[in-house]
Structure formats: structure tokens, C-alpha cells
Design a protein around this ligand. Structure first.
Ligand SMILES: CC/C=C\C/C=C\C/C=C\C/C=C\CC/C=C/C(=O)SCCNC(=O)CCNC(=O)[C@H](O)C(C)(C)COP(=O)(O)OP(=O)(O)OC[C@H]1O[C@@H](n2cnc3c(N)ncnc32)[C@H](O)[C@@H]1OP(=O)(O)O
Ligand SMILES: Cc1cc2nc3c(=O)[nH]c(=O)nc-3n(C[C@H](O)[C@H](O)[C@H](O)COP(=O)(O)OP(=O)(O)OC[C@H]3O[C@@H](n4cnc5c(N)ncnc54)[C@H](O)[C@@H]3O)c2cc1C
Length: 621
């Protein structure tokens, strides 16, 4: 690991200091300046990776965090979607043709699926790719206004290639959604190729550094060899062949990004927000805790601890869960490459569920961190608004969270139905094969095992009840689709309970794996706090069937509050342990040296509005 802990080559840091510190500050730039500045950093990043021979994924990711603090560059869709889709869905010949060019950034690609009229419902997408055996071409077309491709990152001005998801038609027959490699722009002039209308979709809530764009096809021909043909082929004469029963293999890129989003977006975003809010809360002194005593650190107020320490525990939980999610993705993906696709449904379900669960929790948590920092939290100097607007995009892209929870719920209903027919579940849903014990083992000791068992009980009960309610709705005369819709709120909650249990279980396993007793004790406190807050915030789920009673809930609340003061002495160390470099944090409130006020004043004086300009003076006269 070359860079972990900030071993960044000096000139890159100097560049980052210049770009963020001494030079034009992101916060003082217009959208176009931010976009152009990002492109400069993309070029610098690519040169540094070549110069320092950066190939290790973790090193590149760390360096990306410095080069693009709390923002996505066009490298996101290029390396996170375009290249993986080529590798996963391309034939050997196609991989050889395009992947080397893409990895050398000779071509820059994106993933082009969403349309003006459809994003969630992939089967409702309208762009067509009609095979013409005479010219041995696919003719791509946007048949309607709503079929215009809309949102893909980098599509507006930057990318010259893309993977286009389109409906394959041969001899009038619709074969469904397939991926096609499409050159979008001339490699010489960078102008859109004839038959393509392209542009940027305009300002957004965040993502200022990415040109999310639109693309309209007007009977645009591409060679037959440009349909990615690992799993399905179209022969010269138009014959369609396929090597997989599962039509969802073409959805593979989405599973990859969902699996990465848990760590890269939710985990990193929440951990950074906690770092900023907790460091600032140790710096900021305000009000009077005791008469005639100095103003205390705001971190000494119990309410401030109650706001931030559960989020710190959550940040650690999402971080560990994101690491586990990546491990599972690469393990199952390797199995699939060897033809073993049995675990694809579970991978789809857990990646959909955790992507939704963690990005929702992280968005809520980042905003709570901002609110805990008073007025300076509302300043762009805190870095928190930028972290929020970029992280919260993860609740929508790669599958809107409600829809993703319903996909997870669909899998849970299938598994639960199978258990009733004698099938033994395994992996992340193995607990659904166990008898649900109504006996609560929680004691005032609050062992991690007893806490995890409480979340297991809650998830199993809610999944069972969702399944039974679905059956009752159908038994009372509703057709399957209406029954599903009338049960969808209950289904999403059951999916959330499953993901919540999964996250507590992962955290418990990490704590048990730690050998250093001091670290083990501190992480155990965080895991306990995570679980106790989960019980308190969802207490209805735990008392509904009598699993927990009021006395036990009172014990939960007391333990939760006592943990706050136990965690207080280590709170700053726990955020320092994330090892974010100041440039990665992008926050004056969260500076490692704690020198907030002096730098806040310096920063404010640099704002363009303070530049003496006749125009403004004239306006103000
Ligand atoms: C670029 C990032 C790089 C790296 C990541 C790191 C960090 C991220 C940082 C920044 C991100 C930067 C930019 C963001 C980039 C964003 C890109 C996008 O948003 S791309 C577009 C994403 N769009 C979607 O996700 C659309 C969501 N909709 C769907 O996926 C499908 O429509 C849906 C699954 C909802 C329904 O599909 P449908 O065909 O209708 O199937 P149905 O529900 O009927 O189910 C049938 C059957 O299929 C199973 N199934 C569904 N999907 C999959 C799948 N993907 N894999 C496997 N199986 C699947 C489903 O479970 C069901 O099975 P059963 O019949 O129940 O057995
Ligand atoms: C920052 C960002 C980057 C993106 N990058 C890309 C990219 O690179 N490539 C790309 O192809 N796309 C990209 N997208 C598009 C993204 O994938 C879609 O926005 C997303 O899939 C949601 O689809 P939609 O916007 O059409 O919302 P819709 O599908 O119209 O959903 C709108 C709302 O309707 C409700 N809803 C919809 N369907 C259901 C259902 N079945 N059950 C219950 N409720 C439902 C939900 O509340 C949902 O929020 C990006 C989007 C964003 C915000």
C-alpha cells in the first residue's frame, strides 16, 4: 500500500494544496470552472498513476480520494462501469480490442442506460438496436422523446465511447435489453458523430464535476461486432444464440456498482462527516456547563454525544459491511465466471438491499453531523454540504433505494417460501431456516451475540409476517401484482430489517476477530451502541411480539446513555483512525491540526465577493 496514511508524492499534494488550499477553491468556482478543474485533475491523476506505477486498487482509490475530494470525476463511470462491463460482458476478442485502449485512457467511456422516460424499469427502456443482415450492422435509434438517453456520467462533453443498453430487434422480434459498445465522438475532433445529438443535462443537486448528459440516436449504425457477445451472440445472418439461461447477466454492471457503493459512498461519506463533526466538537467551546467555569468543549454535552457517537458507530459498521460486500461480490463474480451461477440471486439481493440501506442511513447521518456543527456546519468551509450532495446521489443512482429494497424483499419472499417447502437456505439468509425463538436472551451485559440474536429475531419475524400478509392478500382475492403492491411498505421494512441484522452480524464478527484487547473493547462499545440505538429507534419491531418488554427497553436506554460517556475519551482517536488526509476531508472544521478559526477567517477573506470591484461598489452606493 504505497499511499495509505498520506505517503502521497509531494508535488501531487502541492497540486492538491494549490487546487484546494492556496489556489482557486472549489467552493469559489462556477460549475463550468469546477468541471474544467476536475478535467485538469483527471489528467494529473492519470499522469501520476503512470509515473508512480500505481496499479494497486487500494492505492488508486486512496489517491482518487485526494485528487477528487468528495466528488466524482468522469473516471467514475469510465473505470467503474465502462471497463467492468467490457470485461464482464465482452467476448475475449472484444476485451482485447477495447479494454487496453480504455485502461490507457485512449478512449473514455460511460454506461448509457437511463432514458428521459425510464430509469428504474429497465424493461421499459425504449432505445432500439435493430440488426440489418445486409450491412451486418445494428441501427441504434431513439424512437420517442422519452427514449432519449439521459443522466449518464461524462456523456455531455467528455466521453467518446459508451456502453449503450438497448432493445435488440432481429427480423421484428424483440430479444430484450443488450449491451452495445458505441463510439460517440470523433477521436480527432471530439465532435459528436453524425446521427447523434448530445449535450449536458444542466445543473444538479451535486455532481458539479461531472457532465451528466443526454444522447439521442437518429438511425445510427454500428458494426455487428459491437454488441457485447460473451453470453449472447448475433451471427452475420442474424441468428441469435445465447449461452445463459439467466437473462439478467446483462444487468451485471449494476450489481458491481451497488456492491462498491456501500464502502465507497456510504462508508467513506459517513466516516468523513463523523471525522469533521467530532473533531470540530472537540475544538468548539460554547455556553456554560458549570457556573464560573470555562466554556466546555461541545463534545462534553450529552446531547452532542447522543447525536454523534451512534453515527460514529454506524460509520464503523457501514465501513466493515462495505468491505465484506466487496469480498462477497468478487467471490461470487469469480464463481459466475466459472459457470456457477447459483449465488447470483443472493448477490443481487444483498447488493441491492445493502446499497439502499447504507446510502439512506449515510445520507441521514451526514446531515445530522452537519446540524451538530452549528453555523459553521452550514458553511461550505465545513465540507459537509459537498459530502452530503455527493453521497445522497447514491440513494438514487444504481437503482432507486425503494426499488432496491423491493428487489431484496422479492428474494427474501422466495427463500421464505422455499423454507416452507423444505428447502434449506444458506449464506446471508441461513437464519430463515432456523425456528424463530421468542425467548429474548438480552441481559444487562448486552453481549454482542445476544444483540445480534435480537436483530435476527426481528428480521425473521418481519419476513415471516410479510410473507403471511402477502398470502392473505392473495387469498382474499387480490391478484399477485396487486397483493405485492398492497404489501410493499411491509416488504421494504422486512428488507431493511434483514440488512440491519446483516450489518450488526458483520460488526460482531469483526470485533470477535480483533486480538488486541484494548481495541476489541473499544470496538465492542461501538457495536453495542450501534445495536442499542437500532433497538431504541425501532423499538416497536422488538416489542410487537413481546420479544422485548418495557423493563428491557429501559435497560437498553440506560446502557445506551452510559456508553456515550464511555466512548467520549476515545472519540477523537476513533475518527483519526479513519486516516483521512486533510485534502481528502476538504474541511476547515475537520483539520487535523484543529486550527479552525484562523483558517476559517483566511478562507472567508479569499471569497470572490470580497474582491474590490467597481461594479459591486457602485451597486452598494
Ligand atoms: C461508477 C462507479 C464506480 C464504482 C463504484 C464506486 C463508487 C460509486 C461512486 C460514484 C458513482 C458514480 C456515478 C454513478 C453511476 C450511476 C450509474 C447508474 O445509475 S446506471 C443505471 C442504474 N439503473 C438501475 O439500477 C435500474 C434499476 N432497475 C433494475 O435494475 C431493474 O429494472 C429491476 C431489478 C428493478 C427490475 O428488473 P426486471 O427485469 O423488471 O426484473 P424483475 O423485477 O421482473 O425480476 C426478474 C428476476 O430477475 C432478477 N434480477 C433482477 N435484476 C437482477 C440482477 N441485476 N442480477 C440478477 N438477477 C436480477 C430478480 O431478482 C428476479 O428474480 P426471480 O424471478 O425473483 O428469481
Ligand atoms: C447522480 C446520478 C448519476 C447517474 N449516473 C447514471 C449513469 O452514469 N448512467 C445511467 O444510465 N444512469 C445514471 N443515473 C440515472 C439513475 O440510474 C436513475 O435516476 C435511477 O435509476 C432512477 O430512475 P429514474 O430517475 O427514472 O426514477 P424513476 O424510476 O422515475 O423513479 C422515481 C420514483 O418513483 C418511485 N418508483 C419507481 N419505480 C417504483 C417501483 N417499482 N416501486 C415503488 N416505487 C417506485 C420511487 O420513489 C422513485 O424514486 C444517474 C442518476 C443520478 C442521480
Amino acid at each position: 500500500m504505497l499511499f495509505k496514511g498520506g505517503g502521497l508524492p509531494h508535488e501531487s499534494l502541492a497540486l492538491q494544496e494549490k487546487l484546494f488550499g492556496a489556489g482557486p477553491d472549489y467552493n469559489f468556482m462556477t460549475r463550468i470552472e469546477r468541471f474544467k478543474n476536475s478535467l485538469v485533475r483527471v489528467q494529473h491523476f492519470i499522469r501520476c498513476c503512470a509515473r508512480y506505477n500505481l496499479h494497486d486498487h487500494a492505492d488508486k482509490k486512496w489517491f482518487e480520494g485526494v485528487a477528487f475530494p468528495n466528488e466524482v470525476s468522469v473516471l467514475g463511470p469510465h473505470s467503474g462501469m465502462f471497463i467492468p462491463t467490457l470485461k464482464e460482458q465482452g467476448s475475449e476478442e472484444q476485451i482485447q480490442k477495447w479494454v487496453p485502449q480504455a485502461e490507457k485512457h485512449q478512449i473514455m467511456g460511460t454506461y448509457i442506460q437511463t432514458e428521459l422516460g425510464h430509469g428504474t424499469f429497465v424493461r421499459g427502456l425504449e432505445t432500439t438496436a435493430t440488426y440489418d443482415p445486409k450491412t451486418e450492422e445494428f441501427i441504434l435509434n431513439s424512437p420517442t422523446l422519452t427514449s432519449i438517453k439521459w443522466w449518464p456520467g461524462g456523456l455531455g462533453r467528455t466521453c467518446n465511447f459508451g456502453i449503450v443498453m438497448a432493445l435488440l430487434y432481429i427480423d421484428g422480434k424483440n430479444y430484450g435489453m443488450h449491451p452495445f459498445v458505441v463510439q460517440l465522438r470523433s477521436l480527432k475532433t471530439h465532435e459528436p458523430l453524425p446521427g447523434l445529438t448530445m449535450g449536458d443535462i444542466g445543473p444538479k443537486f451535486g455532481f458539479d464535476t461531472v457532465d451528466n448528459g443526454y444522447l439521442q440516436f437518429n438511425h445510427f449504425g454500428i458494426p455487428r461486432e459491437n454488441m457485447l457477445m460473451k453470453y449472447c451472440q448475433v451471427l452475420k445472418n442474424g441468428t441469435y444464440t445465447k449461452q445463459t439461461r439467466n437473462p439478467k447477466f446483462s444487468y451485471g454492471a449494476m450489481i458491481f456498482v451497488r456492491s462498491m457503493v456501500v464502502y465507497e459512498v456510504a462508508g467513506q461519506g459517513l466516516a468523513k462527516a463523523c471525522t469533521i463533526a467530532i473533531r470540530y466538537s472537540a475544538i468548539r467551546r460554547q455556553s456554560e456547563l458549570k457556573k464560573s467555569r470555562p466554556e466546555p468543549q461541545i463534545l462534553d454535552y450529552q446531547t452532542q454525544q447522543y447525536k454523534l457517537f451512534p453515527l460514529l458507530a454506524l460509520a464503523y459498521a457501514v465501513w466493515f459491511t462495505g468491505v465484506r460486500m466487496k469480498e462477497i461480490y468478487f467471490m461470487v463474480n469469480n464463481e459466475i465466471k466459472q459457470g456457477h451461477t447459483e449465488r447470483l440471486p443472493e448477490l443481487h439481493a444483498i447488493s441491492s438491499g445493502l446499497k439502499a440501506f447504507t446510502t439512506s442511513m449515510a445520507s441521514w447521518g451526514i446531515e445530522r453531523c452537519r446540524l451538530a456543527c452549528g453555523g459553521h456546519g452550514y458553511s461550505a468551509a465545513s465540507g459537509l454540504p459537498k459530502i452530503y450532495v455527493n453521497a445522497t446521489g447514491g440513494c438514487t443512482y444504481e437503482g432507486e433505494n425503494t426499488v432496491m429494497l423491493l428487489q431484496c424483499a422479492r428474494f427474501l419472499m422466495n427463500i421464505y417460501g422455499g423454507v416452507k417447502n423444505g428447502r434449506r437456505p444458506s449464506g446471508s439468509v441461513n437464519y430463515l431456516g432456523e425456528r424463530i425463538s421468542s425467548r429474548c436472551t438480552l441481559t444487562s451485559e448486552f453481549t454482542l451475540k445476544s444483540l445480534a440474536d435480537a436483530f435476527k429475531h426481528r428480521a425473521a419475524r418481519m419476513i415471516k409476517e410479510a410473507s403471511e400478509r402477502l398470502n392473505r392478500l392473495q387469498a382474499s382475492g387480490n391478484d399477485p401484482e396487486d397483493s405485492w403492491n398492497l404489501n410493499s411498505v411491509v416488504l421494504t421494512k422486512a428488507a431493511e430489517a434483514h440488512c440491519h441484522y446483516y450489518m450488526v452480524l458483520v460488526f460482531e464478527s469483526v470485533v470477535e476477530s480483533v486480538e488486541d484487547n484494548c481495541v476489541k473493547d473499544i470496538l465492542r462499545q461501538l457495536c453495542q451502541l450501534l445495536a442499542l440505538c437500532g433497538i431504541q429507534e425501532n423499538s416497536g419491531d422488538f416489542i410487537q411480539d413481546g420479544f422485548l418488554n418495557n423493563d428491557q427497553l429501559e435497560l437498553v436506554k440506560q446502557k445506551q446513555l452510559s456508553l456515550l460517556s464511555e466512548i467520549r475519551p476515545n472519540a477523537v482517536l476513533l475518527v483519526d483512525a479513519f486516516e483521512f488526509h486533510d485534502v481528502q476531508l476538504g474541511s476547515i472544521l475537520g483539520r487535523f491540526d484543529g486550527n479552525v478559526y484562523e483558517n476559517l477567517f483566511k478562507w472567508a477573506k479569499k471569497t470572490p465577493l470580497n474582491k474590490p470591484e467597481d461594479l459591486i461598489h457602485r451597486l452598494l452606493r
